[in-house]
Design a protein around this ligand. Structure first.
Ligand code: FES
Ligand SMILES: [Fe+2]
Length: 360
C-alpha cells in the first residue's frame, strides 16, 4: 500500500532536542527519533523487544537508548547491548534501525531496504538555510490519505473557492489561469499564470502593489512519493513577470511534505518562505496569520473528502481538465509502487533450481 523505498520527512529537526526522543508512527510503523549526546540524528523501531513498551518512553544515554520499563539498552543499530541484572544478552534482542539524514532543517527517514537509501535522492530545500529568506513551518495531523493532500496541492483551481479569506483571489481568475502541465520520469510540474488579476487579501496585507491588478504566478513541482514545492508570487501588472523578471514583487516558496501515518492519516509538514522585507518585525506576524489559516482551510476539505470516500469509495469520480497535474502525480506514485512490488516479488522467489547433473 505504501512506497517504502523512498525518503520521507519524519520530523522537523528542532522537534528532537539533544538527548531528546520523539515517537511517531510513519507508514504504519512505530519509529522513535532521537539525538545522541553529540547531536547525531538516529531512528529506531519504537517498540522494545522485551515487553513492547515504545522506546520513546525511555531516555538517551550517551549514544545509546535505554528502555523506560526494565532498562534494556540499545546501540545505534538497534542491537540490545545490555540487559540489567544478567550477563547474557539474547541474540534476538534487537529492534529495527532506519537510515536518517538531517538536512535543510528536516529529518528524512528511509523505511524500506537500507541498501537502497541514497541520500542524493532527498528533495533539497535551500530556502530553509538561506538568510535572505524568512520562513515559518508546522506539522498538521490530517485525517486523510496522503495522496488527497497531494491532489489538493496539484490542482490550485481550489484556491479561489477554499481560500477566499486568505490567498484566494477571484475563483474565475483561478479557473481561467493559463495552465501548463509537464511530467518527467521523476517529477510533475504545473505552471499557472493569472495575468491582470485581483490580488488576494493575504498579498494585499503583506505588500504594497502600485497597480490595482497584478500578474500572479504559481509553479507547482511534485516529487514522488510525497513532496510538493510551490513557488508563488505577484507583481505590478505588465512589469515583466511573464518575461522572467520577478523582482520588485512578492514571492513565496512553499514546501509541503505529506508523510503517511496510516492509510487514512497523514503528517502534513509545511513551510512557507518569502524574501520581501526580510527582518521587518511585522513580517513574521503576517506570515503567521495567512499560511496556517490557509492550510487549516485545506485540512477541513481533505478530511471531509476522506470521510465521503469512506462512505462511498466505490463510486467512480469524474475527471475534469484541471485534474491533469494530480493525475500525472498519481501515475508516478503508482509506477513507483509497481516497481517496488516487483522488487519484493523477485526477492521472495527461490533461486532457480539447478539442473541435476547425471553422474558420469
Ligand atoms: S519493555 Fe523494554 S525493557 Fe522491558
Ligand atoms: Fe489549498
Amino acid at each position: 500500500m505504501f512506497i517504502y523505498n523512498a525518503w520521507y520527512m519524519g520530523a522537523w529537526a528542532d522537534e528532537v532536542k539533544p538527548l531528546g526522543l520523539l515517537g511517531r508512527v510513519l507508514l504504519e510503523l512505530p519509529v522513535v527519533f532521537y539525538r545522541t549526546e553529540d547531536g547525531t540524528a538516529l531512528a529506531l523501531e519504537d517498540r522494545c523487544c522485551h515487553r513492547a513498551l515504545p522506546l520513546s518512553h525511555g531516555c538517551v544515554v550517551g549514544d545509546q537508548l535505554q528502555c523506560g520499563y526494565h532498562g534494556l539498552v540499545y546501540d545505534r543499530k538497534g542491537v540490545c547491548v545490555k540487559v540489567p541484572g544478567q550477563e547474557r544478552v539474547p541474540a534476538q534482542a534487537k529492534v529495527r534501525s532506519y537510515p536518517v539524514v538531517e538536512q535543510d532543517e528536516m529529518f528524512w527517514i528511509w523505511m524500506g531496504d537500507p541498501a537502497l537509501a541514497d541520500p542524493a535522492l532527498i528533495v533539497r530545500h535551500p530556502w530553509h538555510t538561506d538568510p535572505a529568506w524568512v520562513w515559518i513551518k508546522d506539522r498538521y495531523s490530517i485525517n486523510a490519505n496522503y495522496q488527497l493532500i497531494t491532489d489538493n496541492l496539484m490542482d490550485l483551481t481550489h484556491v479561489g473557492y477554499v481560500h477566499q479569506r486568505t490567498i484566494g483571489g477571484t475563483p474565475q481568475a483561478h479557473s481561467e489561469a493559463e495552465t501548463q502541465t509537464t511530467r518527467s520520469e521523476t517529477s510533475v510540474k504545473v505552471t499557472r499564470w493569472m495575468p491582470n488579476s485581483v490580488p488576494p487579501p493575504a498579498y494585499v496585507a503583506a505588500f504594497k502593489f502600485n497597480t490595482a491588478t497584478v500578474d500572479r504566478w504559481m509553479e507547482i513541482d511534485f516529487f514522488p512519493p510525497a513532496a510538493v514545492r510551490i513557488h508563488t508570487g505577484a507583481k505590478d501588472v505588465n512589469t515583466g513577470a511573464r518575461e522572467g523578471d520577478r523582482s520588485g514583487g512578492i514571492a513565496f516558496v512553499g514546501l509541503n511534505l505529506q508523510t503517511p501515518e496510516t492509510a487514512k492519516s497523514t503528517h502534513y509538514f509545511w513551510s512557507g518562505a518569502r524574501t520581501y522585507e526580510v527582518g521587518e518585525p511585522e513580517l513574521r506576524a503576517k506570515l503567521l496569520t495567512s499560511l496556517p489559516a490557509t492550510f487549516a482551510e485545506d485540512k477541513v476539505v481533505v478530511e471531509a473528502q476522506q470521510a465521503s470516500l469512506d462512505r462511498e469509495g466505490g463510486v467512480p469520480l469524474v475527471m475534469i481538465a484541471s485534474d491533469a497535474g494530480l493525475v500525472h502525480a498519481r501515475r508516478l506514485v503508482a509506477s513507483m509502487l509497481e516497481n517496488e512490488t516487483q522488487l519484493k516479488e523477485a526477492a521472495a522467489k527461490p533461486p532457480d533450481a539447478r539442473p541435476v547433473q547425471e553422474p558420469t
